[in-house]
Design a protein around this ligand. Sequence first.
Ligand code: FMN
Length: 363
Amino acid sequence: MTQHPMLSGDRFRLGTFSTNCSSGMTPTKVPERWVNSWDNNLKLAQMLDEAGIDFMLPIARWIGYGGETDFHGGVLETMTWAAGLLAATKNIAVFATIHTAANHPVVVAKQMATIDQIGHGRAGLNIVAGWNKPEYEALGLTLPDDHETRYGYAQEWFDLIRKLWTSDEHFDWDGKYFKAAKVKGDPKPMRGTVPIINAAGSPQGREFATDNANFLFTPAIDLDRSKAEILELKAQAKAKGRDVKVLTFSHVICRPTEAEAKAYADYTAVQNADTDAVDNLVRLQFAHAHSFPHDLLAQIKHLFALGHGGFPLIGTPDQVADGILKLHATGFAGTTLSFVDYIEEFPYFRDNVLPKLAAAGIR
Ligand SMILES: Cc1cc2nc3c(=O)[nH]c(=O)nc-3n(C[C@H](O)[C@H](O)[C@H](O)COP(=O)(O)O)c2cc1C
């Protein structure tokens, strides 16, 4: 069997992020903000698939961030979303994003094997070990305060899944967090496993990612820092005999002139920002997670209003392509893209930026 599309070749990977969530990546009040309906996701997925985009990554979210728009209050569940999209596309990889504490590993092992068959080997799994305390409370779960427990739990969760994907015999599991009697994974993913994404920021989480993931997802706020961070992560993985690629996420506003792009950024993220939602988003990120550098708060707040903290790709097609080339030069293996209205804005990016990336040799 050929390699998984997410793992084959060395082109700079491009995907989308958060199309399953209301308002996508932009906590804005503008009327054209993203409507995360199934029909919109389907239409976009088919457009991305035809354009040769590599993957779609959803956000798993159980409660919104409040504000006038209740940013991310509406969310399509990611496993069923991925199943539907895999059935309706041909080449693009589609990930499910799964919280370890909310989804039993025996169930997830089978769900992943099922959607991988639906997509003929194009499914992937983004593992979330937990960080958003109010969300855990909404599910009646307790978020452990310490990262050792969060990632210890995630490790056993994934070890059990891996065993279900590799063992041909029934087996018993008697772990610290899970017990299982006479279980067997049948069917298994088409290649025995699927590409794994993890977006940890903490040292414990990065141990988990370099032990288990194919891709680590991390914000790109300051590219000099990112360069050092990527080298460190790759060295950490290499010392374990593993190769981990580092991905980031970007927000795109691409227009014929720089002035138009900047004016639209101002319109969405300054004049019409859902400021309560932005405040809640930033407060929660800083309370429970280590993903964003805590010393860059002011800059980060603006980036959250623009695109949930994503790297800003704002300007003409040349400027947007240059930004992507900079991410590539920094050592990132790819980025997700978000747009205020993905369906309206992606075609301009496809027609005007993708050819520049191909000409530069990274796609
Ligand atoms: C690009 C990216 C995607 C993420 N996707 C989700 C998600 O869909 N759902 C979620 O609850 N957390 C998500 N997270 C949070 C991470 O999985 C992780 O829990 C968080 O960054 C805290 O890291 P730490 O536990 O190492 O401090 C994401 C983080 C990043 C940077």
